[in-house]
Write a protein that binds this ligand. Sequence first.
Ligand code: SAM
Ligand code: SF4
Length: 329
Amino acid sequence: MRRNLVDHHGRIIDYLRISITDLCNFRCVYCRPPQGVKLVPHSDILRYEEILRIASAAGNLGIRKVRVTGGEPLVRRGVLDFISRLTSEIGFEDVALTTNGSRLSEMAMGLSQAGLRRVNISLDTLRRDSFVAITGTDELEKVLRGIDSCFEVGFDPIKLNVVLLKGVNEADIPEFAKLTLSKPIDVRFIERMPFGVDMPPADSPDSFSALDAIKIVERAFGNLTPTERSRQDGPARMYKIDGAQGRIGVIDPVTGHFCATCNRLRLTARGSLRPCLLSPTEIDMKSFLRALPDDEQIEMYIRTAVLAKPASRFSSIKKINIGMNSIGG
Ligand code: SAM
Ligand code: SF4
């Protein structure tokens, strides 16, 4: 019989985001904590075996979808085998990956053979100088080749995540939107969340909202048409330019408050379950696991994490003093 995990607010929790590393080969300005990234001893990071035990227990309880993220997940050794075990050993049908794209040109085929079907690539600009300024690396060409490789191996859907950066990537918005005309790609504009910085209030001229991005696209391409909602769209509201192959989406964590439809838990690389992206509450699975609990106990802790999910946290958030790199997005 199919089981469901339901939280105290009536939400079905069927999605687990797994961060497999804190490390990253990029240094995106909006992602790192203000105090810098602390190197964590290897032994503090969950081993793949440990992650698989938690994922398997989560699958028994009703988790249907898993996303592998980081830091940069493709820099951790053994990631292909890990994904293959998620799909074939545990049998998750919906396994996705979020990556900065820098390793995709050489890894897309292996990922596909491991059973991955869906990929989100984070890319905030199509201009080399801005790319260097945002990420601290000069790898735009590699990321673009990585996106091409995703089309070659047939990932579907392929999504681009574009974080809206005031004064930095406004000019890129129409260029990103244009990609959807000729390619079956979802380009999603995401409001920047206040990791490590004080964000301007949403109604200030310094904010860059999802609505601003939509207006820029509509000025360039005419009115957008909303598309029918699908579960795969997550918190994004999706639109289409008339005649386009792909879609444009917006994710508005700052102005939109979508907690009512939250369906997820997060497992950090250091082995904690995080009931809410924006709440500091964490449940330390690593210590429990290493004390050799049985699978029933692991399930109990997962249920505890689900029941610890707050109804909403956005209204109380002005600034978050950890980096997204350690939560996994
Ligand atoms: N390294 C991978 C990548 O960049 O796709 C995976 C990890 S990254 C933390 C996951 C997602 O979080 C990326 O799409 C990134 O753009 C997003 N992200 C990071 N910091 C953010 C912020 N302050 N506001 C909104 N999104 C953010
Ligand atoms: Fe690395 Fe992704 Fe964070 Fe950029 S957004 S620093 S690529 S983890």
